[in-house]
Structures are given as structure tokens and as C-alpha cells.
Design a binder for this molecule. Structure first.
Ligand SMILES: *[C@@H]1O[C@H](CO)[C@@H](O)[C@H](O)[C@H]1NC(C)=O
Ligand SMILES: [Cu+2]
Ligand SMILES: [Zn+2]
Length: 246
């Protein structure tokens, strides 16, 4: 396999220039750059092939990530201290990203208000959530089309609790959100409809209340959360039935 790839490299380089210039003359910087580019491409293909083989040899190839949400270190005393967990799961590298959001600590008086959650560029919490940078934007597009624009989450009784089956971000590939951060904002995301420059950068979602760095994990936290989710749903249904029949 490797020999074949090297053969391709030589052939490709040879077709760009005559073989004699490759062998006899001092290689031009241009040629060196082309060989360098080709080498990078071959390396990419090679890595993808070996990764694919690795994934195929593992019976459970699902990807999991976890993000433990903590109040921003730079938060002032008046702001609520939001804590909780965001869990991610992708059944395969090309599959859709699922997530559980389980956050608490929002003020009671903010019942039914909406809070924005995004993926930000850096997994750097050295200055609290302020050092996480702007929205993660690998394709240079406008908000709300960033991969980590998760939108607004309704606070109920001080809590955000939501399962999302299909988010635009990924845990695999060149734009993986692993090592980047999840930021919970004090305000609602205007989803790019604010008619000002900030609206198409960050949705005017306000101060950064809490954040975390997305890290890899095994399947266990997801399994536990999924079980709890089912139980809570059942409890909610049961209590709704009771009030309906009362
Ligand atoms: C918050 O709103 C939900 C419905 O949206 C309601 O069931 C609940 O009682 C409210 N909680 C408070 C503290 O008002
Ligand atoms: Cu944000
Ligand atoms: Zn965005």
C-alpha cells in the first residue's frame, strides 16, 4: 500500500515537470512546494485509511464526549452560577451529533426565558469563559451557521434539560469540536436577525455565564444519562396524566 502511494507521488511529480529536471537539475522552489503539497495529501489519505480500518475493527465505533459546565471565573457576584453537564454522542464519524444538555442554577424568576449555547473556538478557560474566543468558525461563515450554533434553550424551574438528536457540529474529522469549548450565555440568541454586525457574529447573546472544554470519554456517561432521561420523561408523563385526570 505504501509503495503504491509513493509510486503515485513520483508519477504526479513527474507529470508536473519532466523527469530529467527532477533528476539532474537543482529542484526549483516551486517543484519542492508541489512535492510538499502532494506529500501532505498522501499523508492525509493514508491516515484516513488507517483510521477507517481501526474504526471498522472496533465493534462499538461510536464517539463520545463530555463537557462539565462550570461558572465563569470572571463572573460578577450578581450573575447566576450555572453548572451541569453536556454530553455528546455520534454513532459513527459521519453520523449526526446528538447531545444531552443538563444545566442548573438559572434564577427562578427567569422561568421560561431563553439562553444561548454555542461552541467557541478555544478550549482555554484561563480567563474564565472570556478566553474561549469567538464562535468556532472553521468555514468563515456568518452566525447562526457556525457548526456549534446550538441555538436557544428554555429555562424551566432554574434548569435547562434537553436532548437534541441532530446538531450541526461533529466529534470527528478536521472540524471536530473536541478540545474546544461550550459556552452558556446570559441572554437569548437573536439568530442573526438583530440587524447589527454583532448579530451575524455572535447573536448578541450577552455575557458568558458558564463554560467547559469538550473532552473525549467512553460510552458509560451517555448510557447513564439516557437512562435518567427516560425515567424523568416517564415521571413527567405520569404527573401530567395525574393532573389531567384530577
Ligand atoms: C415555570 O414554567 C413552567 C411551565 O412553563 C411551570 O410548569 C412551572 O410551574 C413554572 N415554575 C415557576 C417557579 O413558576
Ligand atoms: Cu457563545
Ligand atoms: Zn455562531
Amino acid at each position: 500500500m505504501l509503495a503504491l502511494l509513493c509510486g503515485c507521488l513520483l508519477l504526479a511529480a513527474g507529470s508536473m515537470h519532466t523527469l530529467s529536471s527532477l533528476v539532474l537539475a537543482e529542484p526549483s522552489p516551486d517543484l519542492m512546494k508541489q512535492i510538499g503539497d502532494m506529500y501532505a495529501k498522501v499523508t492525509d489519505i493514508w491516515q484516513e485509511l488507517t483510521q477507517r480500518r481501526e474504526a471498522a475493527s472496533q465493534p462499538n465505533a461510536a464517539l463520545h464526549a463530555v463537557c462539565r459546565v462550570q461558572p465563569s471565573a470572571t463572573l460578577d457576584a450578581k450573575q447566576p452560577r450555572v453548572t451541569g453537564l453536556v454530553l455528546f454522542r455520534q454513532s459513527a464519524p459521519e453520523a449526526r451529533l446528538e447531545a444531552f444538555f443538563d444545566l442548573e442554577g438559572f434564577p427562578e424568576e427567569s422561568n421560561n426565558s431563553k439562553r444561548a449555547i454555542h461552541v467557541h473556538q478555544f478550549g482555554d478557560l484561563t480567563q474564565g469563559c472570556d478566553s474561549t474566543g469567538p464562535h468556532y468558525n472553521p468555514l468563515s461563515v456568518l452566525h447562526p451557521h457556525h457548526p456549534g450554533d446550538f441555538g436557544n434553550f428554555v429555562v424551566r424551574d432554574g434548569r435547562v434539560w434537553k436532548h437534541q438528536a441532530s446538531l450541526p457540529a461533529s466529534l470527528a474529522g478536521p472540524h471536530s469540536i473536541l478540545g474546544r469549548s461550550v459556552v452558556v450565555h446570559a441572554g437569548e440568541d437573536d439568530l442573526g436577525r438583530g440587524n447589527n454586525p454583532a448579530s451575524v457574529q455572535n447573536g448578541n447573546a450577552g455575557p458568558r455565564l458558564a463554560c467547559c472544554v469538550v473532552g473525549t470519554t467512553g460510552a458509560e456517561p451517555w448510557t447513564r444519562q439516557a437512562r435518567e432521561h427516560m425515567e424523568r420523561k416517564k415521571r413527567r408523563r405520569d404527573s401530567e396524566c395525574k393532573t389531567a385526570t384530577a
